[in-house]
Design a protein around this ligand. Structure first.
Ligand code: AMP
Ligand code: GLY
Length: 423
């Protein structure tokens, strides 16, 4: 079958690589893709915000299945419009993607279906939000309701910070995404990412991972899209995975069905595991980035039938075959990231790093100019390795990083520290 994959990050390179190995695949297109996907698929320069253009391309190239990587096209209703045009797609409808597109929607769902999460209140008015913050005290968390490119959450350690966050969001810092605010209880604990494949009725666990959000070693500096990850997350034991399926994923599927918006696609639960067990921080309606770059290397079966079953509502009940090996990825970022990444510097020896055993280098913010590979974004490469455990995967990933010649890049030196220290 012919497949169109939407997106251009490291996540999409990892998805493209997994899809390219499927015996069911005829041709793989990626819109817009990156130099990593170009090597294994055909990149096509379609404007994916133009749903009509995506549909025209699908008809022209006889696309049988569209896989949507990022959240924005899901929340914008691309899957709905593809369905109307008779084209099967992996990912939730616009109504179901509200699980990521509206934090208030998700909090209300948690309340109505007894899904453990931080205590919260929704506000459309600054004065009422500030009064609630004054009454609750700090630390407290302030969130823009809608999509804000990962910047809409302020974990305020003081009342002043929380009040300033309210003014910033209602002041229009995130546009329409900040027309409503969720204020919620601060949760303490260890974060983990959990993934479940869903077909509207059923769900299958699809592995766990831990991300590193802060830019600097020892979790210092500003938040980023993620500086590295590993899978599985040691805190996600078999018992914890089962608890998350029962207490979070299944009630969410039941709730979405009851709300008339059955959820199909991958459900990404961001969890805080504290003294009183796991609580939901947020849902995402898509695969994680960089989490996908450590889960897919562990997948010991064909990805494509799994995605098709989600889209068709025919998900099997046999567990997904994930290798017991660990995978770890280190994000190689451009200096200045996350505030002002510098573009245009040349990166050498990526092929040399990628040829090491058990190593894959996923492209994210790169571009080709002639035979040169240039930095073209914040998070530029994801250097990924498999090992018997996180420590071995870490050694291999950093050995691969050492092969790459890119003086204008930087990376954290401690990805995996928590998993390794826990041993
Ligand atoms: P999000 O953009 O929703 O992924 O949130 C970004 C980060 O903010 C999360 O990964 C957490 O580290 C942190 N965060 C969000 N909500 C809370 C909360 N209620 N308590 C503590 N930290 C939180
Ligand atoms: N790595 C976090 C995310 O994909 O949202």
């Amino acid at each position: 079958m012919n497949i169109l994959l939407i997106g251009s990050g490291g996540r999409e390179h990892a998805l493209a690589l997994a899809l390219s190995k499927s015996p069911l695949l005829s041709q793989l297109f990626v819109a817009p893709g990156n130099p990593g996907t170009e090597a294994i698929a055909r990149n096509v320069a379609i404007d994916v915000t133009d749903h009509g253009a995506v549909i025209d391309f699908c008809k022209l190239m006889h696309i049988d299945f569209v896989v949507v990587g990022p959240e924005a096209p899901l929340v914008a209703g691309l899957v709905d419009e593809l369905a109307k045009a008779g084209i099967l797609a992996f990912g939730p409808t616009k109504a179901a993607a509200q699980l990521e597109g509206s934090k208030g929607f998700t909090k209300d769902l948690c309340r109505d279906f007894n899904i453990p999460t931080a205590a919260y209140e929704r506000f459309t008015d600054a004065a009422a939000a500030k009064a609630y913050i004054q009454a609750r005290g700090a630390p407290i968390v302030v969130k823009a309701d809608g999509l804000a490119a990962g910047k809409g959450v302020i974990v305020a350690t003081t009342l002043d910070e929380a009040i300033a966050a309210i003014d910033m969001i209602f002041g229009g810092a995130f546009g329409a995404a900040g027309a409503e605010v969720v204020v919620e209880e601060f949760l303490d604990g260890e974060e983990a990412s959990f993934f479940a494949l869903c077909d509207g009725e059923r769900a299958l666990a699809f592995g766990s991972a831990q991300d590193h959000k802060r830019v600097g070693d020892r979790d210092t500096g500003p938040n980023t899209g993620g500086m590295g990850a590993y899978s599985p997350a040691p805190i996600m034991t078999d018992a914890m995975n089962a608890e998350v399926m029962d207490a979070f994923i299944k009630p969410t599927l039941a709730g979405m069905k009851a709300r008339g918006a059955p959820y199909r696609g991958v459900l990404f639960a961001g969890l805080m595991i504290g003294k009183n067990g796991p609580k939901l921080i947020e849902f995402n309606a898509r695969f994680g980035d960089p989490e996908t770059q450590v889960i897919l290397p562990r997948l010991d079966e064909d990805l494509l039938p799994l995605l098709l079953e989600c889209a068709k509502g025919t998900l099997r009940d046999k567990p997904v075959a994930l290798s017991p090996r660990a995978a770890l990825t280190v994000v190689f970022a451009a200096q200045g990231y996350p505030d002002a990444p510098q573009r245009g510097s040349e990166i050498r020896n990526v092929e040399k790093a990628a040829s090491l055993p058990d190593v894959t280098v996923y492209h994210a913010g790169t571009k080709r100019e002639g035979d040169k590979l240039l930095a073209n974004g914040g998070r530029v490469l994801n250097v990924t390795a498999l090992g018997q455990d996180v420590a071995e995967a870490q050694r291999k990933a950093y050995a691969a990083i050492a092969e790459i010649d890119w003086p204008q890049g930087f990376h954290r030196n401690d990805i995996g520290w928590r998993a390794i220290a826990g041993k």
